[in-house]
Write a protein that binds this ligand. Sequence first.
Ligand code: PLP
Length: 233
Amino acid sequence: MTPRRDELAANLADTQARIAAACGAAGRDPAEITLVVVTKTFPAADLVELAALGVRDVGENRHQEAAPKFAQALAGGAHLVRHMIGQLQTNKAAAVAAYADVLHAVDRLSLVRALAEGLDRHGRTASALVQVSLDNTPGRGGADPDDVCAVADAIAACPELMLRGVMAVAPLGADPDAAFARLARVAEQMRVDHPDATWVSAGMSGDLEAAVRHGATHLRVGTAILGSRSPLL
Ligand SMILES: *Cc1c(COP(=O)(O)O)cnc(C)c1O
């Protein structure tokens, strides 16, 4: 074991214990939860260590950083499910379509089209979540709850994209329980027309317990496992 692997192993165990406790309190089975380890700003070597520790899912938020890092991790023997969790620019969609397995931040029709075209060109398919805006602040990404249905229908109409559900980030300073309760209602509405869209990506290092209480199936955890990110990055 390298010292870094020991550190990651201890942090992973602590995070898994938090998830187990949150599931216990909510009467949920921890097997319903997928932990996506968010590796942004950390090196490809950490992805290789995480894979050796049994991590299956990793997330990145920027294409420029993710593309070379995922390639290096794969060259290092880490076979991981690649989640893109950050806002996507339409002009980067085709490039991201070359490698991403799960797209968490699909929030507009133009992005659906660009991703589907990119995937088609690469002969791939990917899972997609509709990012829901839970505050009314423009610029942080996410579809307005009133527009979620149209984005979901567009994803479902593309053979390259598999509509899996919803994703959100709790607004800064807001009560995460209120935010995730709202997301749960949007998820429920989506399942009326799309019963297979059962994923709810919500919860990060600071609010994963609230997300578990409100039905999250995917937690995106960075700091609690990798450590603090450099403020310079
Ligand atoms: C960075 C990031 C996370 C992880 O946040 P932590 O607080 O480090 O756990 C989760 N979701 C998104 C969209 C992120 O950009």
